[in-house]
Structures are given as C-alpha cells and as structure tokens.
Design a protein around this ligand. Structure first.
Ligand code: GDP
Length: 331
C-alpha cells in the first residue's frame, strides 16, 4: 500500500486529501499540533470509521517547529509522499501576527525540507503555495512564470517557502512541488474566511437567528474554486515523472459582491438589507487582479476546476442551514 503523511490534516484541505488518499487505498499519517484545540470535526467521519482509524489512518503529535519529533515520525513511518498543508493561512491575521506567520508558513516549510533532504528514503514533497505570492501583478491571469511580488505578510512567507521548495528541488534533488493555489472554498472552510462568513450569515439570517453581517472591503475579487478539486490536483502532481510547480485556479475572478449575491439568493434574500461595513475587517493592503491560468495543470495533470461560483455558494449555504438545524435539535 502507498503511504502519505500530511501536515495540516485537520484543516479544510487536509481533511479532503485524507479522504481521497484513503479511497485510493493509502495508509495516511497526519501530524497534529500538541497545542491545537482538540477540535477535529472535519475528520469526525474518519475517526468513527472503525475500518479506518488506527488501521489505515494514524495521527501523530508534532508541532511544526519541533524538528526532532517530526524527523522521528518520518523515520518511523517512511512515507512515500509528504503533503505540507499546515501553516498560519489567514491573510488578514498575518498583519496582526507577522512573526508567527513567517515562523510557521516560512520557516516551518524550510525545516521540513531540511529533514527530507537528510532522509535515506525521501518522500515526494508537496507544498501548498498561494496566489498571495503574486500580490499586485502587472498582468492577469498569472501563470507559473509570473514574478512574485507579495504585499501581505502571509504572501511574503509563502514566497519564501515557495522559493525554498524550488531550491531544494534544483539543488538537493528532492522531488518537491509547489501547488500554487488560488482561493478554494467549501463547506469545511474556516469560519473567518469571507465566503464561509457570508454563507453562515446567509443561513442564520434566513432562519431568523441573525440580522446583520459585518464585513470589510467589498471591492476585492477572487478566483474561487472548490477545495476537493484542488487536493485532487495535489495528488496528481506527485504522480508525475518529474517534480514541478502548477497553478491551480478556475481562471475566473468574482467580486465579494458576486458571492454575496449568490449566497443570499440561495435563501431568497437581498444582501443589501443585511450587510454593514466595519473598518475592523479592512486590511492595511490588499492583493489585486489575482486570477490564475491553470493551463499547465490541464495539459500535464488532466485537471480542471469544475465548480462555478453559484453552485459553490449554494452548497455552502445549504450546509450551514443544515448545521444550524442540527444544532437546534441537539440543543
Ligand atoms: P484571502 O484571499 O485568503 O485573504 O481570503 P479571505 O476570504 O480572508 O478574504 C477575501 C477578501 O474578502 C479580501 O479582499 C478581504 O479583505 C475581503 N473581506 C471583506 N470582509 C471580510 C471579512 O469580514 N473577513 C475576511 N476574511 N475577508 C473579508
């Protein structure tokens, strides 16, 4: 059986990737932070599957900066593939905690690469990079050759990590790839990201549980895809004969107003009646024109992002309405 180890297994992408790998008959190891809350709701169905948990899915405690422990786990588990998905991934928060962001998102990646470099059996290495590395690019859409010009602490940290992955590939012969992901959302998206904040609010407002939604700038545009498509592409990247970097994106950017339209229309409401702007959620600087050209992934990986914005918003709002209903029944 092939085996894989995932950092960030409790996150949105980690939970989808773990499911996909288990479906492909992998043995899956996940690194979880000692200090993280025990909230692992995204993995709940796998925990409760007695055929899976502690049979083909194993969790190990290790903080990203605890290199000794991570090395020991890698020596013991000898995985074929390593998917590095963990990190402080909230762009807004990265302005408040730039050092932590660089520590985990930047240095955390370098530390992992250093461990892999020394292993006799080196796993193939996948780093989840981000469109934030492009910042305010001169041209759109961006591809793998577009210069990196980050404008947020998170983008700066990801640029460092992305370049380190390239360096370890070129200089140390590590099979290391960057998945340069544009925003990808789902019903498992963290609740502080704008899409999920909107879907949760649209659901709550439609059920009479809330009246207002406070947001920051509505001017931004994003290339929003559906997360499980992106984790599928990550797996495809590690099955190629040679390591490389790939843009993963839908190729279409929508505004936050478009997402508001789609989410509130799903419950037959007008977002203008409920949304208020709050300076608290404004950022010191914003990326612009981020839209990805995933042609290389299409040609080499036979991959396309399929979900459109309306379907994505409807799916998220439907899920959040159901969750409110479940909470009410259990409460
Ligand atoms: P990001 O692309 O990784 O920063 O994804 P987010 O979902 O956090 O933010 C997407 C865009 O939504 C950015 O331009 C934010 O400034 C904007 N935005 C507006 N209001 C909010 C809010 O209340 N929360 C978040 N997270 N973003 C907001």
């Amino acid at each position: 059986m092939p085996s894989a180890i995932l950092t960030g297994i409790t996150g949105q992408d980690g939970s989808y990737l773990a499911e996909q790998l288990l479906n492909k008959n992998y043995v899956v190891h996940g690194l979880v932070r000692r200090t993280s809350s025990t909230q692992r709701v995204r993995l709940d169905p796998l925990f409760h599957d007695s055929e899976v948990y502690n049979k083909r899915l194993f969790l190990h405690y290790a903080d990203l900066d605890d290199t000794t422990t991570i090395r020991r786990i890698l020596l013991k588990t000898e995985p074929d593939e390593l998917y590095h998905l963990a990190g402080q991934s909230h762009v807004g928060a990265s302005f408040e905690i730039p050092e932590t962001t660089c520590q985990f998102t930047g240095m955390g990646t370098l530390k992992l690469l250093e461990i892999v470099r020394d292993l006799a059996k080196k796993p193939r290495f996948l780093h989840i990079s981000s469109s934030e590395i492009f910042g305010r690019p001169d041209s759109a859409p961006q591809n793998e050759e577009t210069p990196m010009r980050p404008v947020t602490p998170y983008g700066v940290a990801k640029t460092f990590a992305t370049n380190m992955v390239r360096l370890y590939r070129d200089s140390f012969g590590v099979f290391a790839c960057n998945a340069i992901c544009y925003n990808h959302e789902s019903e498992r998206r963290g609740e502080s990201f704008v899409t999920r904040k909107i879907s949760k609010a649209a659901a709550a407002i439609s059920l009479g549980l809330q009246d207002k939604l406070k947001l920051g700038s509505l001017d931004g545009k994003r290339d929003w895809g559906y997360a499980p498509d992106y984790t599928d592409a990550m797996w495809r990247m590690l099955q190629q004969p040679t390591p490389d970097d790939y843009i993963l994106a839908t190729g279409t950017a929508y505004s936050i107003r478009d997402f508001l339209d789609a989410a509130f229309q799903a419950v037959k409401l007008n977002w203008q009646d409920h949304v208020e702007q709050d300076p608290k959620y404004m950022r010191p600087s914003e990326v612009t024109h981020l839209v990805g050209d995933a042609r290389k992934a299409r040609e080499k990986l036979d991959w396309v992002a399929t979900t459109n914005l309306r379907e994505l918003a409807e799916r998220m709002v439907r899920h959040d309405r159901q969750q409110h209903a479940d909470n009410k029944n259990s409460g």
